[in-house]
Design a protein around this ligand. Sequence first.
Ligand code: PLP
Length: 370
Amino acid sequence: MSKLTRSVWAEVSLDNIAFNVRQFNEFIGPDCELMAVVKANGYGHGALETAYTMIANGTNWLAVALPEEGVRLRRGGITAPILVLGAVGADELDVCVAADLAVTVFEPHIARLLSQAAAAQQKSAKVHIKVDTGMGRLGLLPKDFGDLVELVRSLPGLEIQGVFTHFAQAEQEDLEYTRRQWERFQKVREDLRARGISIPYTHAANTAAALFFPESHLDLVRVGLGIYGMYPDARRPLELKPALSLKTRVAFVKRVPAGSAVSYNSTYVTERETSIAVLPIGYADGLARGLSNKGKVLIAGTLCPIVGMVTMDHTLVDVGDLPVSIGDEVILLGSDGTNCIHAHDWADLLGTINYEITSRLSSRVERVYK
Ligand SMILES: Cc1ncc(COP(=O)(O)O)c(C=O)c1O
């Protein structure tokens, strides 16, 4: 059977990913390493394909959220060190040891179980111990951290590769909260030094901290958003190139008279005779329903409004008097050389963040690598 191709696809520019990796490496300098965060299918860009490009261009580490994401990378042939950032369940530890995935540890019970899993496989398990300095999510509070590190050091089969924390608001122009987190992290590091403990990698920075709070670079930075060419806010201290474009083709176009209602609930009624283009993409693909009567797409060099409700599989666009035909290419995210629609444009309309836009592009959208 010939390959089925649907006319909805995400073009991922591996050149732009390579460019972004090189930009970050230059920015952080030779004493700091780059950990590329490829969780959630590489923020929607495709974890395995982008990981190969990242590694070929100077990324030393990868990070995922789930063990199964790490296993998929291993099965795809990735041999670089991989850190699982999320909470690993007791029944996932064996897999982490077998696939040589470093585990984030923040409490004693899972550390003991990981030590047992390592012993059972006669391997050593890599560990990064996480301290919560103010994110309020995973991580042990600073006052208990030194004791946990001592415990993990005493358990057989565990190799502590790193200690780390995560910033809650490094994208804010006011860095007061971030500095407070940073000071708490410094105290943790001093406590470890006072105990005579030295750990190979200390890390804290995500994209925002890497860009806006360079003193937090330490031994490595964990960069997700920026590697894909997106920014945490409007500031641009480093040139990055967006890697993903979302495209489709016009499935149908129809000339309609004034007063024609469009899509569910008839929320849009044409004011004059116009052409409505039907796009074969909807919210099941990740084109958020919240863009109904708000978003725009690029057709034939023109920004045209999405009209009526976005439906599960179809979206309607008022193309006015533009000469649009079935099969014409439509850009939903990306550039036509003149205009550009960014993930953050959607995010602004939707009251969310650019992370959510690309990571929610569904598996129905074919990824095409250029
Ligand atoms: C612990 C941790 N580190 C780093 C990152 C990467 O963040 P960013 O995409 O902002 O660079 C994330 C992403 O959520 C994370 O959870």
